[in-house]
Design a protein around this ligand. Structure first.
Ligand code: HEC
Length: 163
């Protein structure tokens, strides 16, 4: 993809997300249902912070994380570019990305058709829970800016696979 196209796409994304940034209704979300939806994600994704050699990057702390920030994972050009531009995985960003990943980010390696509105709300609630759990269990003295890149190994086992 040409750089100009990528720049335009990112810019358009920012505009669309900015204009449509109506946060999903928190009351209508269910992390419990989201855990169920998350099974679909586990076809490709892992929760192990060190699991960078899988098909897709680990999602243990994805809420608020900068796009393409898992070191050692080979992201697509557009995802890497979004990350360089400071694009972060907020609720809104995830809400639109998970609708139709390929439309939201043309050229992404995430070959996934997308989720229904309710499924998106629920899976985002679950991703928030996972991130909170991960953050709360941070070992003392761990650098807060190295999210998911280095010393999360000891806590990995807490993330048992979704039943
Ligand atoms: C078919 C495999 C596949 C499935 C299923 C899948 N993903 Fe992905 N996902 C990927 C790949 C590959 C990437 C890397 C994309 C890139 O580099 O463009 C990715 C990237 C992501 C990212 C960006 C991560 C980062 O570090 O910036 C998020 C967030 C994400 N996926 C969430 C989800 C969620 C939530 C689900 C389930 C609803 C899901 N994915 C289902 C393959 C998949």
């Amino acid at each position: 993809m040409k750089r100009a196209t990528i720049v335009c796409t990112i810019w358009c994304l920012a505009v669309v997300v900015g204009a449509m940034a109506t946060p999903p209704d928190a009351a209508a979300q269910s992390a419990t249902r989201g855990k169920h939806v998350f099974r679909k994600c586990l076809l490709c994704h892992v929760l192990d912070p060190k699991g960078t050699d899988h098909l897709a990057p680990p999602l243990h702390n994805v809420m608020g994380r900068q796009a393409a920030s898992i070191k050692g994972f080979s992201y697509s050009t557009i995802m890497a570019f979004a990350g360089q531009k400071g694009f972060k995985w907020t609720r809104e960003a995830l809400f639109y990305f998970l609708d139709k990943p390929e439309e939201f980010m043309p050229g992404t390696y995430m070959a996934f058709a997308g989720l229904e509105t309710q499924e998106r709300k629920d899976v985002i609630a679950y991703l928030e829970k996972l991130t909170r759990d991960f953050e709360n269990n941070k070992v003392p003295g761990k650098q807060t800016d190295s999210r998911g890149t280095s010393s999360g190994q000891s806590r990995v086992n807490q993330f048992s696979p979704v039943q």
